[in-house]
Design a protein around this ligand. Structure first.
Ligand code: PAN
Ligand code: ZN
Length: 194
C-alpha cells in the first residue's frame, strides 16, 4: 500500500481561486464556439474571444480510492441569448457520481442521460447538488456575477467530452425577457454518439 500524505488546499470562497492552483484550465469562446446555438453570434464574438470559464484541479492520483476535487468559475455573459456555460461531459467511468457545492453567484446545473432525459437544478450559494452516476453535467451562469462552485468526484472517473460534443445537450438555456428559459435544443442528435 502506498501511503499518501494528507494536505490542505486553500480556496478563496468568493473567487474560487485555489492555492496552490494545481492544474488550472482556462476555456475561451474559441475552445467551444460550436457548442453555442447561435453560430453567427459566436463568430462575431470571436474577435474578442472572451474567457468563458476556468477551473482549478487539485493534483490527485487518478485511482478509485482517491477523490478528485476542484473549483470552477463560470463568467457572466451570453452568446446571442444563450448564457455562458461549461462544455459539459460524462465521466469516462460513466457510473461515477459527483457533488457540486455552490460558493458564489447563481446558475443552473443541466444534466442528461445517454438517452436524452434531462434534469435541471438551481445553483446558489449553499446549494449542494448531487450528480448521480450516468448523468452528463454542464453548468450555466444565469446571473451577473461569476458562478463559483466546488466539485468532488471519484479519483479515476476521468472525462468523456466526445459524446456531448457529438450529440449536444437536449436542452438549451436562453435568456428571454431577462429570465432564464429552458427550451428543447433543435440540434440535439441522440445518434451523434454512434
Ligand atoms: C468539473 C468540470 C468543470 C469544467 O470539475 O470539469 O466545471 O467543466 P467541463 O469539464 O465540462 O469543461 C467536473 O464536473 N469534473 O468532473
Ligand atoms: Zn464531472
Amino acid at each position: 500500500m502506498h501511503l499518501f500524505k494528507p494536505f490542505n488546499t486553500i480556496c478563496d470562497l468568493k473567487t474560487g481561486v485555489l492555492s496552490p492552483p494545481g492544474n488550472h484550465i482556462v476555456r475561451y469562446l474559441a475552445d467551444m464556439k460550436e457548442m453555442f446555438h447561435d453560430r453567427e453570434a459566436a463568430e462575431t464574438m470571436l474577435k474578442e474571444n472572451p474567457k468563458v470559464y476556468e477551473f482549478y484541479n487539485v493534483v490527485i492520483p487518478e485511482e478509485d480510492g482517491h477523490l478528485q476535487h476542484c473549483t470552477s468559475i463560470i463568467y457572466p455573459g451570453k452568446v446571442g441569448k444563450e448564457y455562458f456555460m461549461t462544455k459539459g461531459h460524462f465521466h469516462a467511468v460513466a457510473g461515477t457520481a459527483e457533488i457540486y457545492v455552490c460558493l458564489a453567484g447563481k446558475g443552473l446545473l443541466l444534466m442528461q442521460t445517454e438517452d436524452g432525459q434531462a434534469e435541471v437544478l438551481e445553483m446558489y450559494p449553499g446549494s449542494i447538488s448531487y450528480i448521480p452516476p450516468y448523468w452528463a453535467h454542464r453548468t450555466i451562469n444565469t446571473g451577473d456575477e461569476p458562478l463559483v462552485f466546488f466539485g468532488v468526484y471519484r479519483g479515476d472517473a476521468g472525462h468523456n467530452y466526445g459524446t456531448i460534443e457529438k450529440q449536444g445537450f437536449s436542452k438549451l438555456v436562453l435568456e428571454e425577457d431577462g429570465q432564464p428559459c429552458i427550451i428543447d435544443n433543435p440540434r440535439y442528435n441522440p445518434r451523434g454518439g454512434d
